[in-house]
Design a protein. Structure first.
Length: 300
């Protein structure tokens, strides 16, 4: 199976436990996708920057234990990973609090080894990142990353872009819209949702949102448990299977959908079946707390 490069940031995760306490783990949208890709049998490397601290050591060991490649993780002396906390309500909806302004991952496009990292993208079949990844870097860093992806595509790689939107990362929505459009124009696969795009394009219809994305393979997840797939101009609607358990935590629903979709496509599935696989895994993930569910809970 073709190897995937996931680019982004992993942070220390604090999630609610009983009696007002919090448990510690780690997570981040593209890292969550990388873990689920590896669990689904896709060869996956994670590309990021971490510190030289023991928490960063723990992260790398955990990723390796999941089968995620770590050779492209840069270690920065004196730096630390970012931190986020999740609060969930009784319906499983989550609220995030972040402490990440000086996190090591923000320096990934400004390192002595950045050029080598970007040149390595040409060796992958798919390069995957999200809008959260793009929000980490300044204009110069994003331009370097896009240039690297363009070279990778010229060498035969495909670019998969996830529209995962966090308002905190985009204080100027006009900048966000411009960056999203650059990513749309470059992407071979776009994994979008109305939840992500409507804050950028308020009041837009499903057709209007899809019209903003020129790529031939686009998945738009809807507010209800369904998605619209556009493949070479033809629309297909995919309905998620009904949940058999209550929703506990919606964290990583989109990340796991992306992993299952990409893994299915790499395994030769048609896009409609890949979308069904995405809904299937996401439907399991939301029934467990935290971003990464136990291995024993993974669907067959």
């Amino acid at each position: 199976m073709t190897r995937v490069a996931c680019i982004g940031e992993c942070m220390i995760e604090l999630k609610q436990a009983e009696h007002g306490l919090f448990s510690r783990g780690y997570g981040g949208d593209t890292l969550n996708t990388a873990v689920y890709l590896a669990r689904l049998g896709a060869g996956t490397d994670y590309i990021t920057a971490l510190g030289d601290d023991t928490l960063s050591d723990e992260m790398i060991a955990g990723w390796a234990a999941e089968g995620v490649g770590t050779a492209r993780v840069s270690r920065l002396p004196g730096k630390l990973p970012g931190l986020y906390m999740i609060q969930t309500d009784d319906k499983g909806e989550r609220r995030f609090f972040h402490w990440r302004e000086s996190a090591a991952a923000r320096s990934l496009m400004d390192l002595p080894e950045t050029a080598d990292i970007l040149n390595s993208l040409a060796s992958y079949g798919i390069v995957y990142l999200s809008a959260i990844t793009l929000s980490l870097y300044n204009d110069v860093g994003r331009a370097r990353l896009f240039s690297g992806i363009k070279r990778a595509r010229e060498a035969g790689a495909r670019f998969a872009f996830d529209t995962n939107f966090r308002a905190r990362g985009w204080p100027d929505l006009n900048v966000a819209r411009a960056v999203y459009q650059d990513a749309f124009d470059l992407a071979d696969i776009v994994l979008a949702s109305t939840e992500d795009l409507l804050p950028l394009y308020p009041g837009e219809s499903h057709d209007g949102l899809l019209a903003r994305i020129p790529g031939g393979e686009v998945v738009l997840k809807l507010s209800e448990p369904a998605s619209i797939l556009r493949l070479d101009g033809v629309l297909h609607r995919t309905q998620a299977e009904p949940l058999t358990k209550p929703v506990v935590d919606t964290t990583a629903a989109g990340d796991s959908f992306a992993a299952a979709y990409i893994a299915a496509r790499l395994a030769g599935a048609e896009p409609v079946e890949a979308a069904r696989a995405g809904h299937r895994l996401a439907g399991v993930v939301v029934c467990h707390p935290g971003a990464i569910i136990p291995r024993t809970a993974m669907p067959a």
